[in-house]
Design a protein around this ligand. Sequence first.
Ligand SMILES: *[C@@H]1O[C@H](CO)[C@@H](O)[C@H](O)[C@H]1NC(C)=O
Ligand SMILES: *[C@@H]1O[C@H](CO)[C@@H](O)[C@H](O)[C@H]1NC(C)=O
Ligand SMILES: *[C@@H]1O[C@H](CO)[C@@H](O)[C@H](O)[C@H]1NC(C)=O
Ligand SMILES: *[C@@H]1O[C@H](CO)[C@@H](O)[C@H](O)[C@H]1NC(C)=O
Ligand SMILES: *[C@@H]1O[C@H](CO)[C@@H](O)[C@H](O)[C@H]1NC(C)=O
Length: 814
Amino acid sequence: MIVFKLLVVYCFLSCFLRFSAAIDSITPSHSIRDGETLVSAGGTFELGFFSPGNSKGRYLGIWYRISTDAVVWVANRETPIPNRSGVLKVTNEGDIVVLSNTETIVWSSNTSSAAKSPVVQLLDSGNLLVRDGNDNDLENFLWQSFDYPCDTLLPGMKLGKNFVTGLECSLTSSKSTENPAQGEFLLRINPHGFPQLVAMKGDKITTRAGSWNGLRFTGHPGLMPNPIFNYEFVLNEKEVYYEFTLVNSSVISRLVLSSSGILGRFTWNDRTHGWELYSTSQVDQCENYAFCGAYATCNANSSPVCTCLEGFVSKSQKHWNSVDWSDGCVRRTQLECNDGDVFQKYTGLKLPDTSSSWFNMTMSLVECEGLCLKNCSCTAYSNLDIRGEGSGCLLWFNNLNDMRVYSHGGQDLYIRLASSENDIKKKRHSSKIKQAGIIVASAILVMGIIILGVISYVRKKKLRFKGKAIRRRKEDMELPIFDLMAIANATCNFSSSNKLGEGGFGSVYKGTLQEGHVVAVKRLSKNSGQGLNEFKNEVNLIAKLQHRNLVKLLGCCIEGNEKILIYEYMPNKSLDAFIFDHTRNTLLDWRIRIQIICGIARGLLYLHQDSRLRIIHRDLKASNILLDESMNPKISDFGLARTFGGDQIEANTNRIVGTYGYMSPEYAGHGQFSIKSDVFSFGVLVLEIVSGKRNQRFCHVNDHLNLNLLGHAWRLWIEDKAMELTDQSLGNMCTLSDQVLRCVHVGLLCVQQRPEDRPDMSSVVLMLSSEILLPKPNQPGFYMEKALPEAGSSSTEREACSANEITITLLKGR
Ligand SMILES: *[C@@H]1O[C@H](CO)[C@@H](O)[C@H](O)[C@H]1NC(C)=O
Ligand SMILES: *[C@@H]1O[C@H](CO)[C@@H](O)[C@H](O)[C@H]1NC(C)=O
Ligand SMILES: *[C@@H]1O[C@H](CO)[C@@H](O)[C@H](O)[C@H]1NC(C)=O
Ligand SMILES: *[C@@H]1O[C@H](CO)[C@@H](O)[C@H](O)[C@H]1NC(C)=O
Ligand SMILES: *[C@@H]1O[C@H](CO)[C@@H](O)[C@H](O)[C@H]1NC(C)=O
């Protein structure tokens, strides 16, 4: 009891002492040495000296107390102090100075007006103020760190420009996570013309969120009222700025410009005690500034992505056709100016670059059109504010650059065209009907001739080369069709010596066509209940999927019960033949492994998002990753689950296709599949590639828990020993530890238990290719095998863990 009382007293005293030690402000008679800190009154922020990552240099910075590596501001970002001799002081004039070795000034705030009795105070907003000690109104500050942001925008910080003082507030990226010095990227509100939010590299715009339309930035249709933060954009004679504030100050959120120029919003998750990526600036190609050049729109969901506006033609047909769109488009008919022009309305757009535009906040759209018509150099107009009926007037006086099409959330734009362009359109329409008649007639004639020719040619060929591989295009197939005979010949009648492997949907053989061309032949198992036409449709769709990281489908063969697919042949076989092989795994150095991981991620992203089909692979595993001669990974067997995986309902399937060890919990357990189940399999693959061990056969007994590879990786991760996961054949990886840890981290994020916690593939690609901060992973799904029977010998343990690696097809009762 006495001990208990003593404990209480001790706790009380130590808490009391800690509170009394934590101060939030200093005067010229105080200073803060390296090791001492200021803590804001509410305890949210702390100011002191720190070293980012593994670097040795000391910086004065402000960080969140709940997450001390989330540094939100750095004073001496360009001039680190080499040792712990740094001191923070405020001079009698009110300058904050950082001294090294107690005498050399490494940084100074250059406070403009002198104070009588200056106080430096760290506020609970994360703002560091210099104010006069006799004036308690915080608005009358003499200097504030919020005016000089680094790479982080905090709630209440204004990103923009003050026209009175000329002070501009912008975010600048850091060089890297270990070096807070100013990097290459800048996020600012460009005040020229109608102000717009842009990210820049040097003096070039890289991406443009665009102008404010009353609700959001025109290039950010996703910015919407939400439970976490409120936002506003202010534009008046005195200033222009964007600002966000927290809805509930216990849910913390911050915006960070990463060293690779990507803007990410992070939100603190109290439950997992980590930052979660709430949103990022998008990553599709249309986000690249003026990707399609002038007078063209970009649409990531169409092919090709760039299209000239109506009335415009590509400037250089040659470049345009070779998918170099940067030249953009030009008018088909020059403007006549003197009231000979009309306006064409476009909808669903991101408005073009406003850097040389003009605006008036009160004009109506009709007045706006009149004004544009009067000035020959005006090229387009639109409403300034789209709220309600719309108001205000925005005029463009230059080429229209950087537009894109949105399926929702886009805006109207009225573009000037020569009036003859309108007439031409009408004439074209009527003459089109006439022309169409002529075209159809001549097409029938030509087709007839071609068909006759083809028929006689095929007949002749067939007679001359009986049994030789004939590739012809049936009318209903866009894909070359191969003869069964030819395929049988090419594979020595599907002999076992030609067999390359056994996959989920049938066996794969190596085949040599008569021309000497080597192919991989997949003979699909005969148990699909699918009709011939559905099968043909599906194969035609699969054939359209083309990507560097997908195996190319060359043709197919359908005869009787046989359904065969012919793929390009990959000399290096599949990934599992390397990573799990004790001699061949030495061929995969870290550079190749990371290339393979990134390649698979891009291929999967294409299947999930970029292709028009949205394919879920459902059986992603090491043996389905083939390697070409330069060890580039190519995903195989994609799209087959769609054809063979049973019904097409998104959520549930009564037939489970997949491989133990790669299957996500919700899929194995409830047959629920989504793109997030593929993400899970991808995560397993990443951990396998890093560790060189199979998830399935891996066995690690720890505290009587039988951990698989995921469990083992998780255990190492939380014990901060993730580097121990790396394949021993990789040797010493110390110099690459950042990359390795990032891969393990991404892998663990992908195998999280809850599908909604897992990132999607576009985030994965982003996480792998940049240095953005990653959220903390939660415990993986399926990290434990069943508990072992008591006191098993080591051999039975191994048996309990291992299982064969054949794709399973389970029938589940409904
Ligand atoms: C810190 O470094 C400076 C020069 O780099 C040196 O003069 C000084 O003695 C060092 N101080 C400490 C405490 O190591
Ligand atoms: C303060 O002024 C000095 C000298 O003019 C300059 O080098 C330094 O960058 C300024 N510091 C800040 C924070 O503006
Ligand atoms: C803010 O969030 C905390 C914790 O989630 C909650 O207890 C509190 O009621 C919230 N406050 C408001 C004003 O919503
Ligand atoms: C905007 O237009 C209104 C109405 O036409 C006019 O009264 C006002 O002066 C204009 N403002 C500016 C800044 O041009
Ligand atoms: C047309 O607008 C441009 C840009 O605002 C301006 O420089 C020019 O003087 C205007 N021309 C006429 C005829 O008003």
